[in-house]
Design a protein around this ligand. Structure first.
Ligand code: AMP
Length: 113
């Protein structure tokens, strides 16, 4: 997808601090971390947001969640963590390529702002 920041990271055209990758997904550190551990997990294939998911995306979505759980274990987030996706302007989605934020390493407030 032309002009998609995360597609460019997936393609290796923009550098990122990659912590995990496989055939379907890429995980890299957020450039503006909001917690001691802040990882973004994205599908390699361009999907604009959660609102665009179809049944065909089931397996990649499962892979994203399993990757989040594995990274949380590997990063030592045994006290807990948050796994969230923002959809649309009211939620503050700033990159139109589906991504989940894995946040942990501090006490996270609820409800989020
Ligand atoms: P959202 O606001 O939910 O769309 O999340 C987009 C996230 O992407 C933000 O937390 C940004 O800090 C992060 N971000 C933007 N550019 C980059 C980049 N080049 N590398 C890593 N993370 C980025």
């Amino acid at each position: 997808m032309d002009n998609c920041l995360f597609c460019k990271i997936v393609a290796g055209e923009i550098p990122a601090d990659i912590v995990y990758q496989d055939h379907d997904v890429l995980a890299f550190r957020d450039i503006h971390p909001q917690a001691p551990q802040h990882i973004l997990i994205v599908p390699r294939r361009h999907i604009p947001s959660m609102a665009d998911l179809t049944l065909e995306d089931s397996s990649v979505l499962a892979r994203i969640f399993m990757t989040g759980a594995r990274l949380a274990r590997d990063l030592g987030l045994e006290n807990g963590y948050r796994f969230v996706t923002n959809v649309g302007p009211d939620a503050g989605q700033s990159v139109l390529h589906l991504h989940f934020h894995l946040l942990g390493g501090r006490r996270l407030g609820w409800p989020p702002g």
